[in-house]
Structure formats: structure tokens, C-alpha cells
Design a protein around this ligand. Structure first.
Ligand SMILES: [Zn+2]
Length: 211
């Protein structure tokens, strides 16, 4: 069984959504395309042009990862502007947004109000209260490797609605199956039931996965 990896950076992986790098045109499989705050520079028009073209590709199932990063030196106003433009694009092409966020979670909320499409915060490993607040604003959360060893995150997952979650490897080298097994155990489900639920969630955010 191949478990669905919601967000990863491995070009050769057969499962899930590959995150394309600016300028790249993936040839096979589902992918997401966006401008990570790391890629913001003084001349973004070229990257934005790439994104607008790439977003039309039928295998491009989401815009992202993009978002707000409080640890980067990049001007925060500029980060917000580039994020905003990507949300408008996502609205236009009717594709969900995969969000990268560091320390600026509450600043995502005004953007959620602009978005007409679902938003998924990837790599979530923060506190339960923050998860609840994000849930209240209708964000989905995608969880990664931290779930395997972070006890407070495991407790959070026990309470977290399975209808609002995804699972991912991101840039970490480990088997996604381990994460499905651990999460299924926490949710008192079988890994297969969890996978089924994740497919339903994907469907709910407008992503159809080829058989
Ligand atoms: Zn990533």
C-alpha cells in the first residue's frame, strides 16, 4: 500500500504532492508550485511569471508552499505582499494553498479571510492552543516527522479532528508509512482507515488522486 505524502521535496517519490522549486517544470505526478519566503528577492517578477504559468498545469494541485516566516531577514511587508498575490492566484485557479509559517501564525488569519480556497498549514508541530485557534479559523493542518517522537504533539493529535489533517515527510528522510502507523494508533484507527480518511480530506480540498 502506498500512503499519501501530502508535502515532500523528493522528485522521484511516487506518492503524494511534490513541491516544485521556482523555475522547475515537473514532468510526472502531482505537485505544488509556489514562492517560499526563502525565494523572495528584490526581483520577483520572473518567479511570479513562472508561478502563473505553472499553476495552470493540471498536475499542479496546490499553490505553495508559500507564507510568512518570522525568522527570515526578508522584509515582512514584502513577504505579506508576495503571499497575498499567491492567494489571489489560488483563488483564480481554484486550487488550495499549502502554507509555510514560522512564528507568524496569527498573521495568517486576515489572509484566510481573503482566500476562497482551503488553506493547509504544513509541518505543524506547535502547541495545542495554537492548533485549536487555527482550526477555529478553518485551516487544515499537515503533520510530519515530529509526531513520531514529540509527546505533546502526539497528545494534540489524539484530540485533533482527523477530517482536518494531512501527513507529510517534507524534507525529512523517513518512511511516510511510519507516520501513518503512529497517527492511526493515536486516532484508534487502522492505517488503512486513516489513508481512506486522508483521501476524503483531499477530495474535500479539491484534490483528486489518480488511482
Ligand atoms: Zn517543505
Amino acid at each position: 500500500m502506498i500512503f499519501f505524502d501530502f508535502h515532500h521535496h523528493y522528485k522521484n517519490s511516487v506518492s503524494g504532492i511534490y513541491n516544485a522549486e521556482p523555475g522547475e517544470r515537473p514532468s510526472a505526478g502531482l505537485f505544488s508550485a509556489g514562492i517560499h519566503p526563502n525565494y523572495i528577492s528584490d526581483h520577483n517578477e520572473e518567479t511570479i511569471k513562472w508561478l502563473y504559468e505553472t499553476a495552470q498545469n493540471e498536475n499542479c494541485v496546490a499553490i505553495g508552499e508559500c507564507g510568512l516566516d518570522g525568522l527570515l531577514a526578508t522584509d515582512f511587508q514584502l513577504q505579506k505582499e508576495i503571499f497575498h498575490r499567491q492567494i489571489l492566484l489560488a483563488n483564480e485557479v481554484n486550487k488550495p494553498v499549502i502554507i509555510h509559517c514560522v512564528r507568524k501564525f496569527y498573521e495568517l488569519i486576515p489572509f484566510k479571510k481573503i482566500a476562497k480556497i482551503p488553506m493547509i498549514i504544513h509541518g505543524f508541530n506547535k502547541k495545542e492552543q495554537l492548533a485549536k485557534d487555527m482550526l477555529k479559523h478553518d485551516f487544515y493542518l499537515s503533520f510530519g516527522k515530529s509526531v513520531l517522537h514529540n509527546l505533546s504533539l502526539q497528545k494534540l493529535l489524539e484530540q485533533f479532528p482527523v477530517q482536518k489533517m494531512f501527513l507529510e515527510t517534507d524534507g525529512q528522510d523517513f518512511e511516510i508509512e511510519l507516520l501513518y502507523r503512529k497517527t492511526a494508533e493515536l486516532k484508534k484507527m487502522t492505517p488503512e482507515e486513516l489513508q481512506e480518511q486522508i483521501f476524503t480530506n483531499l477530495n474535500n480540498i479539491g484534490i483528486s488522486v489518480p488511482e
